[in-house]
Write a protein that binds this ligand. Sequence first.
Ligand code: GP9
Ligand code: MN
Length: 625
Amino acid sequence: MTLLESLKNRFVGKELALSGLLALAVSLKFVNLNNTLMRGSLEDPLTLLALVGTSLALASLPLLLPRRFRGAGMLFVDFWLTVLVWTDLLSLRYYSDLFTLRNLGLGTQLSAVADSVVALMEPKDALLWLDFPVLGYLACRLTGRSRELPALDRIRSGAVLALVAIFLVPFGLRVQRFEKTCPGALASMWDRPAVALSLGSLNYHLADLLSIASETFRARKPATDLEEVAGWFQERPGTEAHRYHGIAAGKNLIVIQVEALQAFVLNRSVGGVEITPNLNRLARRGLSFTETYHQTAMGNSADAEFLVNTGLFPAPTGVAYTRYAGNEFNSIASALKAKGYSTIALHGDRPGFWNRARMYPSLSFDRFVSNRDFQVDSIIGLGLSDESFFRQSLPILKAQKQPFYAFLITLSSHYPFNMDLQKIPELPLGELAGTQLGNYLRCIHYADAQIGAFVDGLRREGLLDESVLAVYGDHPGLTVADQPDLARFLGVLDVSDPVAWKKAQKIPFIVRLPRGRLRGQFSLAAGQIDIGPTLGNLMGTDLPTAFGQDLLNTDRGFVVFRNGSFLDDETWVLPEQNLAYDLKTGKARALPEPPEELARARQKLIFSDAILQGNLIPRLNASFQ
Ligand code: GP9
Ligand code: MN
């Protein structure tokens, strides 16, 4: 039978009608989901067209099946897409996040929330299933007549595939536009609801599926094997003999990751006002590592958390928090839990942002306090203001079972630093007023004041001298566009000189011990990956699979960056560019010989990647025993 004859057949007409009905039902469900995310989020015609197009494409797929299975195929598509929308709605209610296929591997975490799933359901959810009996009835009738209809032929399946491809064109165009306005967003998936708002919720899932499929397709065998990695860790001397090992054992550990905090603001004033008086005081009275570099990659805040808590490098592609949340990890929290600590993470944003709600259990945090749990009484930028965040965190820590490890992540000093400026006190900025650098200084000044109030609170509650307190910046906040202003502000001739810019991007790393027991400034090169081993040593524990070093027990800094560049206390090497810079003079110089450091840097990255890709931590731990 020719295609034309086939189309003339009224049963084919009915099939097409049924498929159209299915597409309509699917579209309506996902439009409803988009409206739940944000009313009016489908106002962009291309986004709406892409949503309808993808619904039509999916609803056409059953037409490829042998005729007698087509009705069932349609019900199958409807059933699973409805389950998907429903899972999204429940996930939004629980995590303020959307479902991702990546989290399918997190079965163990699912059992923890299984009880709440029923509690999250609402009577109106039944509406999602309204179309099911109607489609079921029509599909049955169609199948009942299947014998009268011709068998599947190649021309028709070709036509269906062509139709599917045409229906998917708006999706392709929408993705292309999104990649232009938000480069890298699909690979990092930092905020799934934000992606769904841009692409449409159904197309977010399609993009998610395609990115997982392409990763799986491209996945290469790790460039090393378990024995090699295990051997590397075992060759390292243990930390028991380290200076200050366990000096703060049994005390609480409070770590504050400060959004976009750079080191140049410390001990600096603007218009006669000290920008970070509280951090300066902490640094004076504690340990301060003045040459600390951020090592984050695509995952920004999440990479900083990951580097610090696990001592592993960020993922080579994508983001460890979103790609590898199903892995097992050794972390500061797991090491301290083994010593009887309770563990808690606190952050004033949605729990789903950066997949934190999924990642924290994998990092051995017992509890995650997010904006779902805080009273959201004042908002700056992306979420709860730092003032409210610290004010509410204090009683939570007071009630926390001691000893505890508390990991706090601030938020208000987030790029572009002008989101709610009217809520942030003024600074006498002079000619910097209104510039991004000026706004940044205001945000940091504000964050510093909140940290100061928190430290006072800890003192008042008797927690300060019962705790080790560490503060560091997650990544730089200023961009190349701020270089001229920054150069003027710092009084440095040319911040656009690579070494000067690299140094301007340093972050602070400060540790206060109970009763200010250890003090000092350290100028060896350090990275975020060294923070875990350094704190671990003070707490009398060890991170057996961390790639960083204990900064109090080494006289040589060595910092490796995700792009393969690395630096020690004298030289910054960029192997890809065949370049090296003298860190003191800023001058380019010959690549160091012999290239031992190059091999060491490479090996660390290869081993760390192998651990992530192969989920090697459980097997490494077993091999250490
Ligand atoms: C979001 C916050 C900011 O919760 O941590 O993340 P960033 O954009 O800096 O990665
Ligand atoms: Mn950040």
